[in-house]
Design a protein around this ligand. Sequence first.
Ligand code: ADP
Length: 744
Amino acid sequence: MNLTIDDAKILLKKHFGYEDFRSGQLEIISHILSGQDTLGIMPTGAGKSICYQIPAMLFNGVTIVISPLISLMKDQVDNLNQIGIPATFINSSLSSGQYVKTINNAYNGFYKIIYVAPERLNSERFLDLLQKIDVSMFAIDEAHCISRWGHDFRPSYMEIADVILNLPKRPIVTAFTATATVDVKNDIINLLHLSNPFVLTTGFDRKNLYFSVKSPENRKKFVIEYIQSHSDVSGIVYCLTRKSVDMLYDTLNKLSISVSKYHGGMTDKERNLSQEDFVYDRTSVMIATNAFGMGIDKSNIRYVIHYNMPRDLESYYQEAGRAGRDGDFSDCILLFSRADIVTNKLLIEQGSSERTHSIEIKKLNDMVDYCNTDKCLRKYILEYFGEMPSFSECNNCSNCDSEIEVTDITTDSQKIFSCIKRMHERFGLALVSDVLKGANSAKIRSLGFNNLSTYSIMKDYSKDTIKDLISFLISENYISTVGEQYPVLKLTSLANDVLFNQKKVFIKRKIEKLSDKNSKLIASTNYEDFDTDLFNILKDLRMSLSKDLGIPPFIIFADVSLKQMAKFYPTSSEEFLYIDGVGDYKLSKYGKVFLDVINKYLSMHNVKKADITLSSVESSDTSSVVYDNDQSYEHRLKEKSHKEDTKIVTYNLFMEGKTPDEISNIRGLTLNTVQNHLIACFENGLPIDLNNYIDMDAKDLVFDAFRKCGIEKLKPIKDALPSSISYFDIKYFLVCFKKEEEIF
Ligand code: ADP
């Protein structure tokens, strides 16, 4: 059977409720459908899953998906089952009873997609299953795990090629990753034995993410204020250490902010519970170390704040990229303090081998450059990942929105240098800052530092600012740190030039042009541009359904779908289908409850449908509601292509043998609408046989009525005919009549 991208597009709408493929998806799916091995390299959130899920539905046999993340499998399978795709997972979380049942179901052809962890490839029982069922495709998710060059090498990925080799028939092999380096790519192709693969690397740009780097005087205060002003959305705050996670968590908790935490020092049970609270929207903020996030598919994370600078851009982009998977605007804020450079260096010294040390230091320097650069942040990231962006400014990051202010800090630097000198270059950052600040501590008194001329010479500065200045001087090589456990500050020759040779020191600061709360999220008109009251009501409804059904809210509908509902006020099944993320299955599952709420809301608030106009509903663009009384809602709803798509869905169901009544039930459309779709397909020349539903003997009578009453209005024709002849008959014969009379 020749499968085409049009077949795939129909499933995209039917199951996932999306109108169009995103860039990359189209090419990848076309190649997979043509039978070619494929490697897709796309950033987090780009939509890799659909690239194998849709072909899996079109192939005759079963698709085996190898995924390293057990925690993600259940969510993915729940999600697929929700939209009418028969899928399951087999991993160590199943009880032996569940395992046997799942294997039996798989033998009996119940599933189109089976997710397994790579370790399963060692199980005799599972290998036996693979021998006996028709495997059409192997899809390897997170394929970089096969490479030692990747950041999470999983030895069991090495088994995959052998298992495939021993299958009775070689399936198509596809692989997906977000890691773009050449070494990893080559490893994937070679170690998976991909045969003449189609390889596609999409751009790594995530346009809906607003990147910013900030150095607030008080980080904690910044985070609290940001979270409080975004209390209605979900976000993650990443910290470098467990200690900072606990500290921030306690602070926010005391302020009655609904918050979860996650780090390696908690028990598995505590971590799972905490993660679940966040995923199910029971808490809105997650404070975590980088241990959190790998298995998280939550699509409505609106911000990711890095409380500390991470150690490399790979980690940063992966963690920040967890924001905005649903395509809606989201903030990625990195709070940069130069003290983080010192902490990261220490972590690298402690953790890295001789082989990796210099690479890690180089990566850290690139990360620091990102924080210091005054050029476009997006461009910096993309170039780091090997792209050559065509723009020099994205106008969508904090640097493009900032002006640079250069300040002469020579005098402050001299104060710091002479203090270090007077302390005989034998002490670290904390004590030097305390002396400059003039702290009244026993240690300072016992060492006699309160008698130094530099004691309290910077008393007007906060201690954080002094530390920040010293860290700046370290990063610019005026000061070096010696020793690992208790690094001691020493002056370099550059510092001596400042002290004795009139060398000047300048620091660059970014001044944000935006006057608001430094958040694109709040500034964005997009975010405000829908009926927030209705949105909140719909969110509550989603939450109560989530509780009843035991599935995360975002699996029921993504935030973007709710925003579109709160903007376009769909009131019928047909209109509901125009919302992104609503396909036939979601319509039949949730259409009624959501439409009831929307209709009730409209009547209570006296909002008439005719008063609401939308200019267009573009995929993941929820911008601009326009008020216009001249056009009918129906007319305005969507471009023609969308309407044609919905007819095609009806057509396909009909061609699968469903009756118009069944289609009406499946799609939640009125019978009349389904009949109109079928007539339109017939009129457009699609091969369709309506003989079983049309009273063929009535042809002459109906034709006579057309000649007598004209064909402009159907009602007089209907009235002139016996009541057994339906509107469906009349519309059908009208097409025949026009064809015969050639009056189209
Ligand atoms: P990845 O695996 O690449 O990180 P996912 O497959 O999880 O990304 O997809 C991210 C989000 O994008 C999901 O919420 C998914 O439903 C959505 N998505 C995928 N393809 C499309 C599309 N063509 N149109 C709209 N949304 C899409």
